[in-house]
Design a protein around this ligand. Structure first.
Ligand code: HEM
Length: 205
């Protein structure tokens, strides 16, 4: 301290200003450093926020893609009735047994029109057409090219009771082949969808 007072006393005006200038320079220097550091911090924060936003966007997009993929997978798992029944071969066997049980049925053949038609129309022809029809309705690759249900049954005068008899025979054949309950119901729904075109009268034969 003593040395500093001596220096102050002896030093020229210029010499006395030097420490003040140095202090100001240091102040300015550290001020500038502080600002640089603050702006760097801001830039890092900005970069960090941008990074989070990019990551969030990627998560959203990949999440959407994954959901779409999962949906695609689940719809692939949801098999058509045709696939669940095992395809064309098992369907053709069931239909063949159904026609074989239907054609000689005494209750149905008590209807003279049905009896006359079954004697005239070959069973393999009916089996072919009914197989194609069931295969197509079940979501299979077949195409039915036969006549419409109204045109092919109108002359048979099929009654409500004859219809019920046919449904009973159909159920027995499905049970014989151990077709599961869900698939049986879906097949019955397909057959039932043709009823309005096939049943011609409420007659009590
Ligand atoms: C009581 C019920 C039924 C009886 C007695 C019956 C009987 C017959 C007979 C006798 C024929 C031949 C007619 C002819 O050519 O003169 C025929 C045709 C046919 N039936 Fe049925 N049927 C019945 C229900 C059904 C049902 C439920 C289906 C389909 C789900 C079906 C599908 C067909 C087909 C595809 C043909 C051939 C059509 C063509 O000639 O192009 N039938 N049916």
């Amino acid at each position: 301290m003593k040395r500093f007072r001596a220096f102050a006393a002896t030093a020229s005006k210029g010499q006395r200003r030097a420490p003040m200038l140095a202090a100001t320079a240091l102040h300015l220097y550290f001020g500038a450093m502080r600002q640089t550091l603050a702006s760097r911090r801001r830039s890092i924060m900005f970069k960090r926020n941008t990074l989070w936003m990019v990551l969030a966007a990627i998560a959203l997009v990949t999440g959407g893609v994954c959901t779409a993929f999962a949906q695609g997978e689940s719809s692939q798992k949801q098999q058509s009735l045709y696939e669940r029944l095992g395809g064309l071969a098992p369907i053709s066997v069931v239909v063949s047994d159904f026609i074989d049980a239907l054609m000689p049925d005494a209750f149905l053949n008590a209807n003279p029109a049905i009896d006359a038609a079954r004697k005239r129309v070959p069973a393999p022809y009916l089996k072919y057409h009914v197989t194609a029809m069931v295969c197509q309705a079940a979501g299979g690759p077949c195409q039915y090219h036969g006549r419409g249900m109204k045109a092919s049954h109108a002359h048979l005068n099929i009654t409500e009771r004859e219809w019920e008899r046919m449904v009973t025979i159909f159920k027995e054949v499905l049970a014989k082949h151990r077709v599961p309950a869900k698939e049986t119901q879906e097949l019955l729904d397909i057959v039932r969808s043709t009823k309005a075109d096939i049943v011609a009268s409420q007659g009590g034969r």
